[in-house]
Write a protein of this length. Sequence first.
Length: 128
Amino acid sequence: MRTSYKKYKAIINARAKKLRNNSTPAEAELWKYLRKKELDGYKFLRQHPVLHSQNNRVYFFIADFYCHKHKLIIEVDGDIHDKLEQQEYDQMRTATLEEMGLKIIRFKNKEVLTNPNSVIEQIKIVLK
């Protein structure tokens, strides 16, 4: 039996909510700068589901941060992203999202935690 889109969407949203409630320290740090339109008035969403369809199937990714106005996804990567399997998945995911017209920028957890001002400046450059 096929799950209805409405039920599928509820599952995705529940997963995103769980991620929002369990942010990494780096995600929480970056969110301080992005929430409530504090970054030059741009609205960002946290742990935002991005859906796409392929071969009559619906797939989804959950972006760490998303600015709809600029179709920009910001990812904050932990050590797991250093593993080859994860790098391959990240490359596939980035290619798919770029095909959808989205821009993706990535930062390491360490970079966000040790030099958040530099990260914010890099984001501002992309937004201009």
